[in-house]
Write a protein that binds this ligand. Structure first.
Ligand code: FBP
Length: 553
């Protein structure tokens, strides 16, 4: 395989560890803090996790290592969507494990959680690990979305561990995977398997965060990558002065990615799904809001602009979510076959018209035909509409075009409107990790091994104080049960780590809210440029605006 000059150079990069982990393995000791409680539903969570509930939070510090010497065989999996830095979590884990005892071994289970069930693995060595240092992607062992959640699966995992003498498993994943890591940890303890389970917080979506986890890894690099592209588009728009660009960005339900990109690039418009929900904004109200900016700018001779649309926004529009619900009902079970058998779109349209309520039909009728058809084409394995596949960037630009046509007819809008569409998601998930993600991920992995070495089970590797230089980061661990509450999932009460949506009273949104009016009418674009890996620290090591605003002293 050919290796690019950047990849070669990145192999040589030494990720920065928190100061307390820098003195060598022999000089890392544990400082135990207070016992913990779950964030809510304490009695229920305690009853569900009798062996792992209420444990102490811990931090590492400089001091004599008092952990018990024993050979460790650790298994690691990557779970869910790719996020830059995943390789470095594994590299950090490997380095700490080998530095502690060269006889220790690291098994990488392939293809995500299913690799553990299928006992499909490789054993890492130096050469293998060295080929992935500071690189993007999850291709070191692959990832997958199989969920590890049933007692039967846990029993198989316990058998696989017994077979290889595995003493601990590290699960690198998002909120769901770490919830399952907590349940697996409880199983391992309840069944006296002696296997420890440690989680690491991953997802570009930024929605795995709480008072303990300041951010998930990958968010920094992914948003830097999207912001570079958005900034380039802004500059193009400002040069050609003839297009409005509607840019959808990944992030699932939460708008953290969209908001961070907006803070970095100062576009004319950025929708925030959480605000759409709080204000119960209709499709028409959102289209009017965007059209106001297009009109003001157009009437001032600026027939161009940039609008950022978060991936999940349509789910938050009340009338749209009712429509989706009705479509799911309309096509439930065998009714989908009857629908699919209809020969023409006109026949299908009549079927839809007969099946939807008057209100939902009114919403459906204003959608562009391509979106109407998408709602009936793209289904998930349960037969439901896949909301994330809806081209909301095209939906909103079409609705805005309708609004502008009406305003033109009324004589208020005098500009020209030409729209282009983009969707940024996969472009950012496997980028070379920024220095921040390279450092953060390596530290998470290194730290995960220290948690194993000191015998902790059911903990999330935690590195905090992240807006400060890496030397001042604080490394430790947090019992996963501390982050849990009970939520209704698929008709059942389940213990889960709460997904973090954008807080409308949080500093990042407040900053955006205070500036967006100016950004909407004037041209205030900022151009972040490409991620810089080498150069001055104030350029190369900065993290997200979100973190900086959240942690502003
Ligand atoms: P995770 O939640 O697993 O981290 O994945 C994040 C994400 O990139 C979302 O932003 C996006 O909606 C989804 O994955 C896409 O999933 P897939 O890779 O299966 O197409």
């Amino acid at each position: 395989m050919n290796i690019s000059p950047l990849q070669k150079a990145r192999y040589e990069y030494s990720p920065k560890l928190p100061g307390m982990l820098r003195n060598g393995i022999a000089e890392i000791c544990v400082c135990e803090g207070a016992e913990t409680q779950s964030v809510a539903d304490q009695d229920k969570i305690k009853a569900l996790f009798p062996n792992t509930y209420g444990k102490k939070e811990i931090t590492f510090q400089k001091g004599a290592n008092t952990s018990v010497a024993k050979k460790q065989i650790v298994g690691v999996i990557l779970s869910g969507g790719q996020a830059p830095g995943g390789h470095n979590v594994i590299c950090g884990l490997y380095d700490a494990l080998k530095a502690t005892n060269p006889e220790n071994e690291l098994f990488g289970f392939k293809g995500g959680p299913s690799g553990l069930i299928d006992d499909d693995y490789i054993v890492f060595d130096d050469a293998y690990i060295d080929a992935y240092r500071n690189t993007g992607g999850f291709d070191i062992i692959g990832s997958g979305r199989t969920k590890l959640e049933t007692q039967e699966q846990f029993a198989i995992v316990a058998d696989v561990c017994k077979k290889h003498g595995i003493t601990a498993i590290v699960i690198i994943g998002g909120d769901d995977s770490n919830t399952n890591a907590g349940v697996l940890a409880e199983y391992m303890a309840a069944n006296n398997t002696g296997v420890q389970v440690i989680g690491c917080p991953k997802t570009i979506d930024g929605d795995l965060k709480n008072e303990d986890i300041e951010c998930s890894f990958g968010f920094d690099t992914a948003t830097k990558t999207y912001a570079e592209l958005i900034g380039n588009i802004e500059r193009d728009a400002n040069s050609a002065k003839k297009y409005w660009h509607f840019i959808k960005v990944m992030g699932r339900s939460a708008s953290h990615v969209a908001l961070e990109c907006a803070l970095k690039t100062q576009p004319n418009i950025c929708l925030v799904s959480e605000e759409v929900a709080a204000k119960k904004m209709s499709l028409s109200a959102i289209a009017d809001y965007i059209a106001d900016s297009v009109e003001t700018r157009g009437n001032n001779g600026m027939n161009f602009g940039v609008a950022i649309i978060p991936e999940g926004v349509v789910e938050f529009v009340p009338e749209f979510s009712v429509l989706i619900h009705e479509i799911n009902e309309l096509l439930a079970g065998s009714k989908a076959d009857a629908f699919n058998a209809l020969p023409t779109w006109a026949d299908k349209y009549a079927f839809i018209e007969a099946g939807l309520t008057k209100e939902s039909m009114a919403v459906f009728a204003i959608l562009p035909q391509s979106i109407q058809q998408q709602l009936f084409l793209e289904r998930d394995p349960h037969g439901n509409v896949q909301v994330s596949l809806i081209e909301s960037e095209k939906l909103f630009s079409a609705l805005v075009a309708d609004k502008l046509a009406a305003r033109k007819a009324a004589g208020t809008y005098k500009g020209k409107f030409g729209a282009l569409h983009h969707f940024f998601g996969y472009e950012g998930r496997c980028a070379f990790p920024s220095n921040f993600d390279a450092d953060y991920c390596y530290s998470l992995g290194y730290n995960a091994f220290m948690l194993i070495q000191y015998g902790y089970n059911g903990y999330l590797s935690k590195v905090s104080n992240l807006s400060a230089p890496a030397n001042e980061w604080v490394a430790g661990g947090m019992p996963i049960t501390k982050m849990m509450n009970i939520e209704r999932r698929h008709g059942e009460d389940k213990p889960v780590i709460k997904k973090a949506l954008v807080e409308l009273d949080g500093a990042p949104f407040k900053y955006f809210e205070a500036h967006r009016e100016e950004w909407a009418k004037d041209t205030c674009f900022t151009f972040p440029g490409a991620i810089q890996y080498y150069g001055p620290t104030e350029v190369c090591d900065i993290t997200t605006v979100t973190l900086a605003l959240e942690q502003a002293k």
